[in-house]
Structures are given as structure tokens and as C-alpha cells.
Write a protein that binds this ligand. Structure first.
Ligand SMILES: N[C@@H](CCC(=O)N[C@@H](CS)C(=O)NCC(=O)O)C(=O)O
Length: 226
């Protein structure tokens, strides 16, 4: 084996942070695909030099494939995993209606995430605007509830890309004020979120790992059998 081969990582590396919703959706997609990666848990307040070296943008998740290509957006990491293997048909919704999927992500990662942050972390922004942002975010959740009235999942008959891309963010919206959230008239949304939060799938991607240390091999992270 040449020196180059010796230094190449045998598994794709996923830089991750347990509580980050973007990293959660990347882990969910990887777990569904069954593709094995080396997970390196980091602390956002103490990012390893090796992480910043591969991705100066320094947001999680980051995926470095075995060829050295670097993916720095959670959407791209989801697509990377699912385009290799998609046993649960998460990408069916993309095949059926790609423009709907693109519009969904744009709204979720754009306005919805902005309202979520300005509601959940209002003290970091403008505390007096918290209620406004909650109302705006709630409009999106009410739309989800209406969709879930006529179909089991946002992606169609079964949960797929749109569901797992958004569930970690809806979970965060709830955490900001669970009493308020649970009192909203969103029966279908509550059913959908509750099933996710109680699932083995969610528990499996939320396992706690010690932060990666330089020189160490990270966690072998792969699909569990659900
Ligand atoms: N657009 C990116 C956003 C990722 C992101 O903002 N992640 C947050 C954590 S949830 C982060 O790493 N922030 C950098 C920091 O806090 O230093 C994606 O989809 O992957």
C-alpha cells in the first residue's frame, strides 16, 4: 500500500454534534441508508483543528467521503447517503415532485428556521418579537397539520425525506414551550411528532458519544435494525 493509501480514511467521516438538528437529519438519512460512516462528535464551542481544516465554514454536519470530497450542507449529506442506498424509499418524493421538495426545503431552512431561532432564542435577538416569530412559525406547522390530515406523512404514504428533514426542527419548536405547543389544535402534527420522538430510530441517532480526540478513530455509525 502506498503512503497515500495508508493515510486515506477507510470510512467516510461524519463530523457531527448530537443536539444540532441539521446533524440529526444527516444521521437519520445515513442510518436509513445503511451506509457506514465514522462519526466524530464535536463540541461547537471547542471545534477540533482537523474539523476546521477540512471545512473552514465550520458548521455541522460535514461529511468527508473516502475520496476526500467534502459536503458541508446537511441536505447534501442526506442526498449523498440516500443516493447510494435508499431501502425505505425516502427519495420517492423527489422522483414524484422535485419542485415541491425544493420549495419545501427552501421554506424550512429559510423562513421557518429564522422564525424558530427568533422565537426559541428570542433573548439573543429581540425578546419583544418572540410572539410574532412564534405565530409565523406556527403558520408553517398548521400547514403541516393540514397535509398530515390527508396523508400519513409529509412525504406521502410513509415518512421520507421531507419528514426526517423537518422533524428535528419541529421538535425544537416544541421544546421552546412544550405546554403551549401541546395545546395547539394540531392533532395530526402531534401524532406525527410523537411517533418520531418515541421511535427507536430517533433514540438510535441520539446516542451520546464522547467528543472525538485527535488521533482517535471515531464511532462506527450505521443503520440499526429497527
Ligand atoms: N446550512 C447548514 C447549517 C448547519 C448549521 O448551521 N449548524 C449549526 C449547528 S445546529 C452550526 O454548526 N453552527 C456553527 C456554530 O455554532 O459554531 C446545513 O444545512 O448543514
Amino acid at each position: 500500500m502506498s503512503d497515500e493509501d495508508m493515510s486515506a480514511n477507510p470510512l467516510p467521516v461524519l463530523w457531527s454534534f448530537r443536539r444540532c438538528p441539521y446533524a440529526m437529519r444527516a444521521r437519520l438519512a445515513i442510518a436509513s441508508s445503511g451506509v457506514m460512516v465514522e462519526l466524530r462528535e464535536i463540541l461547537l464551542r471547542d471545534k477540533p483543528d482537523a474539523f476546521v481544516a477540512v471545512s473552514p465554514k465550520a458548521t455541522v454536519p460535514v461529511l468527508v467521503d473516502t475520496g476526500g470530497a467534502v459536503l458541508e450542507e446537511s441536505r447534501d449529506v442526506m442526498m449523498w447517503a440516500l443516493s447510494q442506498n435508499d431501502p425505505e424509499g425516502w427519495l420517492d418524493v423527489v422522483a414524484d415532485d422535485p419542485s415541491h421538495v425544493a420549495a419545501f426545503f427552501d421554506k424550512l431552512d429559510g423562513p421557518f428556521k429564522t422564525h424558530l431561532d427568533r422565537y426559541k432564542y428570542a433573548s439573543r435577538y429581540d425578546a419583544s418579537a418572540a410572539e410574532h416569530h412564534r405565530t409565523k412559525g406556527a403558520d408553517v406547522l398548521a400547514e403541516f397539520d393540514r397535509t398530515l390530515q390527508s396523508q400519513t406523512a409529509l412525504s406521502g404514504d410513509s415518512a421520507g425525506l421531507l419528514d426526517y428533514a423537518s422533524l428535528p426542527f419541529v421538535r425544537q419548536f416544541r421544546i421552546a414551550d412544550p405546554v403551549w405547543f401541546d395545546a395547539q389544535q394540531w392533532p395530526h402534527l402531534h401524532r406525527w411528532l410523537g411517533a418520531f420522538l418515541g421511535s427507536k430510530r430517533f433514540a438510535s441517532v441520539m446516542e451520546k458519544y464522547a467528543p472525538w480526540q485527535p488521533g482517535e478513530t471515531g464511532i462506527r455509525f450505521q443503520a440499526l435494525t429497527l
